[in-house]
Design a protein around this ligand. Structure first.
Ligand SMILES: [Zn+2]
Length: 433
Protein backbone atom coordinates (compact mmCIF):
# COMPACT_ATOMS: atom_id res chain seq x y z
CA UNK A 1 0.00 0.00 0.00
CA UNK A 2 1.34 3.48 -0.75
CA UNK A 3 1.95 5.79 2.24
CA UNK A 4 -0.82 8.20 1.23
CA UNK A 5 -3.62 5.64 1.14
CA UNK A 6 -2.19 4.11 4.32
CA UNK A 7 -2.45 7.50 6.07
CA UNK A 8 -5.96 8.07 4.67
CA UNK A 9 -7.21 4.71 5.91
CA UNK A 10 -5.64 5.37 9.31
CA UNK A 11 -7.48 8.70 9.46
CA UNK A 12 -10.73 6.99 8.48
CA UNK A 13 -10.03 4.49 11.27
CA UNK A 14 -9.60 7.27 13.82
CA UNK A 15 -12.84 8.84 12.61
CA UNK A 16 -14.67 5.50 12.89
CA UNK A 17 -13.37 5.31 16.45
CA UNK A 18 -14.51 8.85 17.29
CA UNK A 19 -17.95 8.42 15.74
CA UNK A 20 -18.75 4.89 16.78
CA UNK A 21 -16.25 2.54 18.42
CA UNK A 22 -15.42 4.95 21.25
CA UNK A 23 -18.79 4.13 22.81
CA UNK A 24 -19.93 0.92 21.08
CA UNK A 25 -17.98 -1.30 23.52
CA UNK A 26 -20.69 -0.31 26.01
CA UNK A 27 -23.66 -0.81 23.67
CA UNK A 28 -26.58 -2.85 24.99
CA UNK A 29 -26.91 -6.51 24.01
CA UNK A 30 -29.97 -5.58 21.86
CA UNK A 31 -28.02 -2.85 20.09
CA UNK A 32 -25.12 -5.24 19.38
CA UNK A 33 -27.53 -7.85 18.02
CA UNK A 34 -29.33 -5.26 15.87
CA UNK A 35 -26.17 -3.82 14.28
CA UNK A 36 -24.62 -7.24 13.66
CA UNK A 37 -27.86 -8.47 12.13
CA UNK A 38 -27.91 -5.48 9.76
CA UNK A 39 -24.29 -6.03 8.65
CA UNK A 40 -24.66 -9.79 8.41
CA UNK A 41 -27.80 -9.47 6.27
CA UNK A 42 -25.98 -7.18 3.84
CA UNK A 43 -23.01 -9.55 3.75
CA UNK A 44 -25.19 -12.59 3.00
CA UNK A 45 -26.87 -10.78 0.11
CA UNK A 46 -23.52 -9.65 -1.24
CA UNK A 47 -21.93 -13.11 -0.90
CA UNK A 48 -24.89 -14.77 -2.58
CA UNK A 49 -24.89 -12.38 -5.52
CA UNK A 50 -21.14 -11.96 -6.07
CA UNK A 51 -19.05 -14.74 -4.54
CA UNK A 52 -19.01 -17.98 -6.58
CA UNK A 53 -18.39 -20.25 -3.56
CA UNK A 54 -21.43 -18.91 -1.70
CA UNK A 55 -23.78 -18.74 -4.68
CA UNK A 56 -23.38 -22.54 -4.88
CA UNK A 57 -23.25 -23.18 -1.12
CA UNK A 58 -26.37 -21.19 -0.30
CA UNK A 59 -28.34 -23.33 -2.76
CA UNK A 60 -26.90 -26.58 -1.39
CA UNK A 61 -27.75 -25.71 2.24
CA UNK A 62 -31.02 -23.85 1.74
CA UNK A 63 -29.62 -20.52 2.95
CA UNK A 64 -31.92 -17.60 2.09
CA UNK A 65 -29.77 -14.51 1.58
CA UNK A 66 -32.75 -12.24 2.22
CA UNK A 67 -34.13 -14.27 5.16
CA UNK A 68 -35.55 -12.26 8.06
CA UNK A 69 -33.07 -13.70 10.59
CA UNK A 70 -29.52 -13.56 9.14
CA UNK A 71 -28.08 -15.41 12.17
CA UNK A 72 -30.39 -18.39 11.53
CA UNK A 73 -29.49 -18.36 7.84
CA UNK A 74 -25.77 -18.23 8.62
CA UNK A 75 -26.11 -21.20 11.00
CA UNK A 76 -27.26 -23.39 8.10
CA UNK A 77 -23.75 -23.22 6.60
CA UNK A 78 -21.16 -25.76 7.70
CA UNK A 79 -17.99 -24.49 9.35
CA UNK A 80 -15.42 -23.41 6.77
CA UNK A 81 -11.89 -24.78 7.01
CA UNK A 82 -8.62 -23.18 6.03
CA UNK A 83 -8.00 -26.09 3.63
CA UNK A 84 -11.29 -25.36 1.80
CA UNK A 85 -10.34 -21.71 1.39
CA UNK A 86 -6.86 -22.59 0.20
CA UNK A 87 -8.05 -25.17 -2.33
CA UNK A 88 -10.89 -23.05 -3.74
CA UNK A 89 -9.23 -19.69 -3.32
CA UNK A 90 -10.47 -17.99 -6.49
CA UNK A 91 -14.10 -18.92 -5.69
CA UNK A 92 -13.98 -16.87 -2.46
CA UNK A 93 -12.89 -13.70 -4.20
CA UNK A 94 -15.29 -11.25 -5.76
CA UNK A 95 -14.24 -11.16 -9.43
CA UNK A 96 -12.50 -7.90 -10.28
CA UNK A 97 -12.68 -6.59 -6.71
CA UNK A 98 -10.27 -8.82 -4.80
CA UNK A 99 -7.34 -8.07 -7.06
CA UNK A 100 -7.73 -4.34 -6.37
CA UNK A 101 -7.99 -4.85 -2.60
CA UNK A 102 -5.31 -5.02 0.05
CA UNK A 103 -3.58 -8.35 0.23
CA UNK A 104 -2.54 -10.05 3.47
CA UNK A 105 -0.79 -13.40 3.71
CA UNK A 106 -0.96 -15.61 6.77
CA UNK A 107 2.50 -16.25 8.09
CA UNK A 108 3.78 -19.55 9.25
CA UNK A 109 7.21 -21.00 9.26
CA UNK A 110 5.97 -24.16 7.63
CA UNK A 111 3.05 -24.93 5.40
CA UNK A 112 1.57 -22.90 2.63
CA UNK A 113 0.53 -19.35 3.43
CA UNK A 114 -3.07 -18.39 2.77
CA UNK A 115 -3.64 -15.15 0.92
CA UNK A 116 -6.58 -13.07 2.13
CA UNK A 117 -7.91 -9.88 0.54
CA UNK A 118 -9.52 -7.17 2.57
CA UNK A 119 -11.78 -4.37 1.51
CA UNK A 120 -11.06 -0.85 2.82
CA UNK A 121 -14.14 -0.92 5.10
CA UNK A 122 -12.92 -3.95 7.03
CA UNK A 123 -9.45 -2.40 7.29
CA UNK A 124 -10.87 0.86 8.63
CA UNK A 125 -12.71 -0.98 11.42
CA UNK A 126 -9.51 -2.87 12.17
CA UNK A 127 -7.63 0.43 12.58
CA UNK A 128 -10.43 1.71 14.80
CA UNK A 129 -10.37 -1.35 17.12
CA UNK A 130 -6.60 -1.06 17.52
CA UNK A 131 -6.91 2.67 18.18
CA UNK A 132 -9.61 1.97 20.78
CA UNK A 133 -7.33 -0.39 22.69
CA UNK A 134 -4.59 2.23 22.63
CA UNK A 135 -7.04 4.68 24.20
CA UNK A 136 -7.87 2.06 26.88
CA UNK A 137 -4.13 2.17 27.64
CA UNK A 138 -4.23 6.00 27.85
CA UNK A 139 -2.52 6.67 24.52
CA UNK A 140 -2.57 10.24 23.26
CA UNK A 141 -2.05 11.20 19.65
CA UNK A 142 1.69 11.18 18.78
CA UNK A 143 2.79 9.60 22.06
CA UNK A 144 6.14 7.94 21.37
CA UNK A 145 5.96 4.21 20.65
CA UNK A 146 8.98 1.91 20.44
CA UNK A 147 8.13 -0.89 18.05
CA UNK A 148 9.71 -4.33 18.04
CA UNK A 149 8.09 -6.02 15.07
CA UNK A 150 8.24 -6.35 11.30
CA UNK A 151 11.23 -4.03 10.70
CA UNK A 152 13.82 -5.98 8.71
CA UNK A 153 16.70 -3.65 7.74
CA UNK A 154 18.45 -4.36 4.46
CA UNK A 155 22.28 -4.56 4.47
CA UNK A 156 23.68 -1.11 5.27
CA UNK A 157 20.44 0.16 6.85
CA UNK A 158 20.42 1.14 10.54
CA UNK A 159 18.88 -1.17 13.17
CA UNK A 160 16.68 1.69 14.40
CA UNK A 161 14.35 3.54 12.03
CA UNK A 162 12.26 6.59 12.87
CA UNK A 163 8.75 7.38 11.64
CA UNK A 164 8.68 11.06 12.58
CA UNK A 165 5.14 11.67 11.38
CA UNK A 166 3.70 9.21 13.87
CA UNK A 167 6.49 9.49 16.46
CA UNK A 168 7.31 5.80 16.27
CA UNK A 169 10.75 4.17 16.40
CA UNK A 170 11.22 0.74 14.83
CA UNK A 171 13.88 -1.64 16.13
CA UNK A 172 15.19 -4.58 14.15
CA UNK A 173 13.93 -7.81 15.69
CA UNK A 174 16.61 -9.66 13.76
CA UNK A 175 19.28 -8.16 16.04
CA UNK A 176 18.31 -9.06 19.57
CA UNK A 177 21.65 -10.19 21.03
CA UNK A 178 22.94 -8.67 24.28
CA UNK A 179 25.05 -5.97 22.60
CA UNK A 180 22.26 -4.86 20.21
CA UNK A 181 19.71 -4.59 23.02
CA UNK A 182 22.25 -2.54 25.01
CA UNK A 183 22.37 -0.11 22.05
CA UNK A 184 18.56 -0.03 21.90
CA UNK A 185 18.48 0.66 25.66
CA UNK A 186 20.73 3.72 25.28
CA UNK A 187 18.51 5.06 22.53
CA UNK A 188 15.30 4.38 24.50
CA UNK A 189 16.60 6.09 27.62
CA UNK A 190 17.33 9.23 25.61
CA UNK A 191 14.16 9.10 23.53
CA UNK A 192 11.79 8.28 26.44
CA UNK A 193 8.96 6.33 24.78
CA UNK A 194 5.51 6.16 26.39
CA UNK A 195 4.70 2.70 24.97
CA UNK A 196 6.35 -0.48 23.76
CA UNK A 197 4.77 -2.52 21.01
CA UNK A 198 5.89 -5.73 19.40
CA UNK A 199 6.13 -9.46 19.16
CA UNK A 200 5.91 -10.95 22.66
CA UNK A 201 9.16 -12.88 22.03
CA UNK A 202 10.99 -9.59 21.35
CA UNK A 203 9.38 -7.65 24.22
CA UNK A 204 10.41 -10.44 26.56
CA UNK A 205 14.05 -10.18 25.48
CA UNK A 206 14.03 -6.40 26.02
CA UNK A 207 12.44 -6.66 29.49
CA UNK A 208 14.78 -9.47 30.55
CA UNK A 209 17.76 -7.43 29.39
CA UNK A 210 16.55 -4.43 31.42
CA UNK A 211 16.22 -6.59 34.54
CA UNK A 212 19.64 -8.18 34.11
CA UNK A 213 21.43 -4.90 33.43
CA UNK A 214 19.36 -2.68 35.71
CA UNK A 215 18.11 -0.07 33.25
CA UNK A 216 14.63 1.51 33.48
CA UNK A 217 12.27 3.57 31.35
CA UNK A 218 10.42 5.76 33.85
CA UNK A 219 7.97 7.41 31.41
CA UNK A 220 6.51 4.16 30.06
CA UNK A 221 2.75 3.67 30.33
CA UNK A 222 2.13 0.21 28.84
CA UNK A 223 3.11 -2.40 26.28
CA UNK A 224 1.08 -3.71 23.34
CA UNK A 225 1.49 -7.28 22.14
CA UNK A 226 1.10 -8.18 18.48
CA UNK A 227 0.91 -11.28 16.30
CA UNK A 228 2.18 -14.00 18.61
CA UNK A 229 0.96 -15.91 21.64
CA UNK A 230 2.07 -14.30 24.90
CA UNK A 231 4.59 -16.45 26.82
CA UNK A 232 3.51 -17.08 30.42
CA UNK A 233 6.26 -14.99 32.05
CA UNK A 234 5.95 -11.89 29.83
CA UNK A 235 3.42 -9.94 31.93
CA UNK A 236 5.36 -10.49 35.13
CA UNK A 237 8.70 -9.62 33.50
CA UNK A 238 7.33 -6.33 32.08
CA UNK A 239 5.96 -5.43 35.51
CA UNK A 240 9.27 -6.19 37.21
CA UNK A 241 11.41 -4.42 34.60
CA UNK A 242 9.32 -1.34 33.80
CA UNK A 243 6.31 -1.37 36.14
CA UNK A 244 3.90 -1.60 33.19
CA UNK A 245 1.04 -3.86 32.09
CA UNK A 246 0.75 -5.73 28.81
CA UNK A 247 -2.30 -5.13 26.57
CA UNK A 248 -2.80 -8.26 24.51
CA UNK A 249 -4.25 -8.40 21.00
CA UNK A 250 -5.63 -11.23 18.91
CA UNK A 251 -6.35 -11.25 15.20
CA UNK A 252 -5.37 -13.17 12.10
CA UNK A 253 -4.37 -12.35 8.55
CA UNK A 254 -7.65 -13.98 7.43
CA UNK A 255 -9.23 -10.92 9.10
CA UNK A 256 -12.29 -12.70 10.45
CA UNK A 257 -12.28 -11.54 14.07
CA UNK A 258 -10.31 -9.59 16.65
CA UNK A 259 -10.06 -9.53 20.44
CA UNK A 260 -8.43 -6.97 22.74
CA UNK A 261 -7.52 -6.95 26.40
CA UNK A 262 -8.65 -3.89 28.42
CA UNK A 263 -7.08 -2.13 31.41
CA UNK A 264 -8.50 -4.76 33.81
CA UNK A 265 -6.58 -7.58 32.07
CA UNK A 266 -9.22 -10.17 32.89
CA UNK A 267 -9.35 -11.61 29.39
CA UNK A 268 -10.00 -10.62 25.81
CA UNK A 269 -12.98 -8.49 24.71
CA UNK A 270 -14.39 -9.43 21.33
CA UNK A 271 -14.51 -6.57 18.79
CA UNK A 272 -18.13 -7.25 17.88
CA UNK A 273 -18.12 -4.41 15.32
CA UNK A 274 -15.47 -6.27 13.29
CA UNK A 275 -16.55 -9.90 13.22
CA UNK A 276 -19.35 -12.15 14.41
CA UNK A 277 -17.84 -14.84 16.64
CA UNK A 278 -19.32 -18.21 17.60
CA UNK A 279 -17.78 -20.43 20.27
CA UNK A 280 -18.34 -24.10 19.43
CA UNK A 281 -17.43 -27.03 21.68
CA UNK A 282 -14.05 -28.60 20.95
CA UNK A 283 -12.64 -32.05 21.65
CA UNK A 284 -10.67 -30.61 24.61
CA UNK A 285 -12.75 -30.11 27.79
CA UNK A 286 -13.19 -26.44 28.76
CA UNK A 287 -12.01 -25.15 25.38
CA UNK A 288 -14.14 -23.77 22.53
CA UNK A 289 -13.33 -23.44 18.85
CA UNK A 290 -13.33 -19.83 17.67
CA UNK A 291 -15.48 -19.65 14.53
CA UNK A 292 -15.75 -16.23 12.93
CA UNK A 293 -17.48 -14.30 10.15
CA UNK A 294 -15.97 -10.99 9.03
CA UNK A 295 -18.74 -8.40 8.87
CA UNK A 296 -17.35 -5.83 6.43
CA UNK A 297 -15.03 -7.67 4.07
CA UNK A 298 -16.75 -7.43 0.70
CA UNK A 299 -13.55 -8.41 -1.17
CA UNK A 300 -13.32 -11.92 0.27
CA UNK A 301 -16.14 -12.80 2.69
CA UNK A 302 -15.39 -15.75 4.97
CA UNK A 303 -18.51 -17.09 6.68
CA UNK A 304 -18.18 -19.33 9.74
CA UNK A 305 -14.43 -19.64 9.30
CA UNK A 306 -12.61 -21.98 11.68
CA UNK A 307 -9.71 -19.87 12.96
CA UNK A 308 -8.02 -23.00 14.33
CA UNK A 309 -7.66 -21.21 17.67
CA UNK A 310 -9.36 -22.12 20.93
CA UNK A 311 -11.02 -20.03 23.63
CA UNK A 312 -10.67 -20.92 27.30
CA UNK A 313 -14.17 -21.21 28.78
CA UNK A 314 -17.11 -19.35 27.23
CA UNK A 315 -18.44 -15.78 27.06
CA UNK A 316 -18.09 -13.82 30.28
CA UNK A 317 -18.42 -10.29 31.63
CA UNK A 318 -15.48 -8.07 32.53
CA UNK A 319 -15.39 -5.94 35.71
CA UNK A 320 -14.59 -2.88 33.55
CA UNK A 321 -18.31 -2.66 32.79
CA UNK A 322 -17.99 -2.82 29.01
CA UNK A 323 -20.75 -4.89 27.46
CA UNK A 324 -18.58 -6.30 24.65
CA UNK A 325 -18.31 -9.93 25.82
CA UNK A 326 -15.03 -11.38 26.97
CA UNK A 327 -13.24 -14.73 26.91
CA UNK A 328 -10.65 -15.59 29.57
CA UNK A 329 -7.85 -16.48 27.19
CA UNK A 330 -7.05 -17.73 23.72
CA UNK A 331 -4.93 -20.79 23.79
CA UNK A 332 -3.89 -24.08 22.33
CA UNK A 333 -3.61 -23.22 18.66
CA UNK A 334 -4.47 -26.39 16.84
CA UNK A 335 -0.85 -26.64 15.76
CA UNK A 336 0.48 -26.33 19.27
CA UNK A 337 0.39 -30.00 20.11
CA UNK A 338 3.19 -32.50 20.40
CA UNK A 339 2.46 -35.84 18.82
CA UNK A 340 3.54 -39.00 20.63
CA UNK A 341 4.62 -42.20 18.90
CA UNK A 342 1.14 -43.71 19.32
CA UNK A 343 -0.43 -40.60 17.75
CA UNK A 344 -1.76 -39.10 21.01
CA UNK A 345 -1.38 -35.34 21.46
CA UNK A 346 -0.21 -33.12 24.31
CA UNK A 347 -0.44 -29.35 24.58
CA UNK A 348 2.89 -27.54 24.31
CA UNK A 349 1.73 -24.80 26.68
CA UNK A 350 2.81 -26.92 29.68
CA UNK A 351 6.33 -26.99 28.31
CA UNK A 352 6.45 -23.20 27.91
CA UNK A 353 5.87 -22.89 31.65
CA UNK A 354 8.72 -25.35 32.25
CA UNK A 355 11.11 -23.25 30.13
CA UNK A 356 10.02 -19.99 31.74
CA UNK A 357 11.33 -21.33 35.06
CA UNK A 358 14.82 -22.24 33.85
CA UNK A 359 17.23 -19.49 34.91
CA UNK A 360 19.59 -17.69 32.49
CA UNK A 361 17.69 -18.88 29.44
CA UNK A 362 17.67 -16.23 26.69
CA UNK A 363 15.37 -18.05 24.34
CA UNK A 364 14.15 -21.48 23.36
CA UNK A 365 12.41 -23.01 20.40
CA UNK A 366 10.83 -26.45 20.09
CA UNK A 367 10.24 -28.33 16.88
CA UNK A 368 8.88 -31.67 15.89
CA UNK A 369 9.41 -33.41 12.54
CA UNK A 370 8.49 -36.95 13.57
CA UNK A 371 5.94 -38.40 15.97
CA UNK A 372 7.55 -39.38 19.26
CA UNK A 373 10.49 -37.01 18.87
CA UNK A 374 11.21 -33.48 20.02
CA UNK A 375 14.06 -31.10 19.17
CA UNK A 376 14.89 -28.38 21.70
CA UNK A 377 17.01 -25.39 20.69
CA UNK A 378 17.99 -22.96 23.40
CA UNK A 379 20.38 -20.07 23.98
CA UNK A 380 21.77 -18.77 27.26
CA UNK A 381 22.47 -15.17 28.19
CA UNK A 382 25.93 -16.35 29.21
CA UNK A 383 26.52 -17.79 25.75
CA UNK A 384 30.21 -18.65 26.28
CA UNK A 385 29.73 -20.69 29.47
CA UNK A 386 29.99 -24.09 27.77
CA UNK A 387 29.96 -26.11 30.99
CA UNK A 388 26.70 -24.46 32.01
CA UNK A 389 25.21 -25.10 28.58
CA UNK A 390 26.15 -28.75 28.64
CA UNK A 391 24.72 -29.26 32.14
CA UNK A 392 21.46 -27.55 31.17
CA UNK A 393 21.19 -29.61 27.94
CA UNK A 394 21.42 -32.80 30.02
CA UNK A 395 18.86 -31.57 32.51
CA UNK A 396 16.36 -30.55 29.79
CA UNK A 397 16.76 -33.84 27.95
CA UNK A 398 16.35 -35.90 31.12
CA UNK A 399 13.40 -33.99 32.53
CA UNK A 400 11.48 -33.62 29.28
CA UNK A 401 11.93 -37.27 28.32
CA UNK A 402 10.51 -38.15 31.70
CA UNK A 403 7.50 -35.81 31.56
CA UNK A 404 6.59 -36.21 27.86
CA UNK A 405 7.75 -39.74 27.05
CA UNK A 406 9.23 -38.35 23.82
CA UNK A 407 12.75 -38.89 22.64
CA UNK A 408 14.37 -35.46 23.10
CA UNK A 409 17.33 -34.09 21.14
CA UNK A 410 19.19 -30.89 22.10
CA UNK A 411 21.57 -29.75 19.32
CA UNK A 412 24.91 -28.44 20.57
CA UNK A 413 24.71 -25.45 18.23
CA UNK A 414 21.20 -24.00 18.42
CA UNK A 415 19.56 -23.19 15.09
CA UNK A 416 16.58 -20.90 15.50
CA UNK A 417 13.89 -20.33 12.93
CA UNK A 418 12.63 -16.77 12.55
CA UNK A 419 9.89 -15.92 10.06
CA UNK A 420 10.39 -13.36 7.32
CA UNK A 421 8.52 -10.78 9.43
CA UNK A 422 10.82 -11.47 12.37
CA UNK A 423 8.36 -13.53 14.41
CA UNK A 424 9.89 -16.11 16.62
CA UNK A 425 7.62 -19.13 17.08
CA UNK A 426 8.10 -21.04 20.33
CA UNK A 427 7.04 -24.23 18.59
CA UNK A 428 7.26 -25.45 15.01
CA UNK A 429 5.16 -28.47 14.09
CA UNK A 430 6.37 -29.97 10.82
CA UNK A 431 4.38 -33.19 10.99
CA UNK A 432 1.63 -33.38 8.41
CA UNK A 433 2.80 -30.26 6.58
ZN1 LIG B 1 -12.79 -5.14 30.31
Amino acid sequence: MNPLSDALLTLRGIRAYQNFLRTSDRASAEEIRRKQSEWLGALLRHAHANVPWYSARFRAHGVRADGSDPFAELAKLPVLTKAEVRENHADFCVPGVAAKSMKLATSGTTGEPLVAYTSPDQWVIEQATVWRQWKWADYNFRDRIAIFRSYAPKPGEPSIRMDRLRNWAYFSVFKMDDASIAEYAKFLQRWKPRFLRGYPSSLLLVAQHALRHGWRLPGLKAAFAASEAVPPELRETLRAAFGIELFDHYGQAEITCMFHDCEKHEGMHVDWEYGFVELLPSSEPGLHRIIATNLHNTAMPLLRYDTGDLAVGGWEKCSCGRTAPLIRAIRGRKDDFLIAKDGSRMATVNLYTYFSKLGDLQRFQLSQSQAGELVVNFALWSADDLAKRSALSDKIRRELEETTGLSVRVPEQPEFVQTREGKFPAFIQRIGR
